[in-house]
Design a protein around this ligand. Structure first.
Ligand code: ZN
Length: 388
């Protein structure tokens, strides 16, 4: 770890919310930050330069998938992941614990590591916490996530406790790996019980990682359970390092978590929704399949500065989507990434100006007034701590 300290500076606060800057080997990441997901080394259907123009300083790629295909050796031989995928900004890699749980019929966890069967060629693969972090470092990533063991919502208390204990054991071992110029983030588990969450946050927080992620959420739990768990973690995590909430992506949930003190996010939602013909807008989700857009000359969101809205109508994009044209995926993905990139920039400015509460209020009112998806606003989650 040769970078100057501190790597994370908090520039302003509004209640529990923070506006900060994370310095990586590839530049600055302005927080709160949303990281588009490029699981296989590509944000689906988007050129990296366009992803950067949508406001992303950092991408998330997946170590587990990249290690299985095309392999760490090949990427390292070709100059590292940044060069391989033509991205000059920062990269964070997830270790793959989440994917292993979602493919649990292929995976066996034990205290030393994980044995899994590759979904690509059926071969048996063994991963240990040390191999995961050193593999991420060999890819040349800016932030390496440690190997963890999440559990799905509805798992037994015993399983959650065992997985959390194992996550702590692995975190301690991961901490011993020489990470060079890569930052290493620990991951809090603890299942869905507040007390276990607090214990896990304290334990991971005291290991001195460069940042800490809240993992093991967005795994099927109801929103109140999710936000109570986030609250418990934030209360127990060190204030001076970035906090990253894994897998959360809807507008109001992101804003709620920002107001709770979370700094970084990732989610497949914007690009996945785009491929179903759904646009994220200030008035909720706009599903182009609906007949009302057949002759609609408006852009997806009037005033949006993305490459789709500057030039194309809802009617044309709807036609492309229904005709199965790849351009629809491309343009819709760029719009959705711009939407979240813009929202994050507004949140950062609002924290500095002391106006986060009114900014969130405006967003909630927009969703409530919008005809597209009033249900989204009605389900706005209420965190345990009032919005500052
Ligand atoms: Zn747009």
């Amino acid at each position: 770890m040769s970078l100057p300290s501190p790597r994370f500076r908090i520039l302003a606060r509004a209640g529990a919310a923070r506006r900060g800057v994370l310095e990586t080997a590839h530049g600055q990441v302005q927080t709160p930050a949303f990281m588009p997901v490029g699981t296989h080394g590509s944000v689906k259907a988007c050129h990296p330069d366009e992803v950067a123009r949508a406001g992303a300083d950092m991408l998330l790629a997946n170590f587990y998938h990249l290690a299985l295909r095309p392999g760490v050796d090949l990427i390292e031989q070709l100059g590292g992941l940044h060069k391989f995928m033509g991205w000059s900004g920062s990269i964070l890699t997830d270790s793959g614990g989440y994917q292993m749980v979602s493919l649990d019929h292929l995976v066996e966890f034990d205290d030393d590591g994980v044995t899994l069967r590759s979904p690509y060629d059926g071969s048996q693969v063994r991963l240990t916490p040390e191999q995961v972090v050193s593999g991420e470092v060999r890819l040349g990533v800016d932030v390496a996530m440690v190997l963890d063991h999440p559990v799905a919502f509805g798992s037994s208390r015993e399983l959650a406790q065992a997985a959390t204990r194992r996550t702590h054991l692995w975190a301690e071992r991961s901490r011993q790996v020489d990470a060079g110029s890569s930052l290493v983030f620990g991951i809090v588990q603890g299942g869905f019980e507040v007390e276990q969450r607090r214990e896990s946050a304290l334990r991971i927080g005291e290991l001195g990682f460069d940042g800490v992620a809240i993992g093991g959420l967005v795994l099927g739990e109801p929103a109140p359970v999710r936000f109570a768990a986030i609250e418990a973690c934030i209360d127990c995590l060190p204030a001076e390092v970035p906090r990253y909430l894994m897998g959360l992506g809807s507008d109001l949930e992101l804003l709620t978590a920002i107001s709770q003190g979370v700094d970084m996010f990732d989610c497949v939602l914007p690009t996945r929704l785009a491929r179903t013909g759904t646009a994220l807008t200030r008035s909720g989700r706009l599903a182009l399949r609906r007949g009302q857009y057949r002759t609609d000359p408006l852009p997806l969101e009037p005033g949006c500065e993305c490459p789709a809205c500057g030039r194309f109508s809802r009617a044309y994009l709807r036609h492309l989507h229904l005709a199965g044209e790849i351009l629809a995926h491309h343009l819709m993905s760029l719009h959705n990434l711009h939407h979240l990139g813009t929202m994050m920039a507004e949140a950062r400015a609002a924290i500095v100006a002391g106006e986060l509460t009114s900014m969130i209020g405006d967003r909630v009112r927009g969703l409530t007034a919008g005809s597209q998806d009033p249900a989204a606003a009605a389900s706005f989650p209420s965190p345990g701590r009032p919005v500052p």
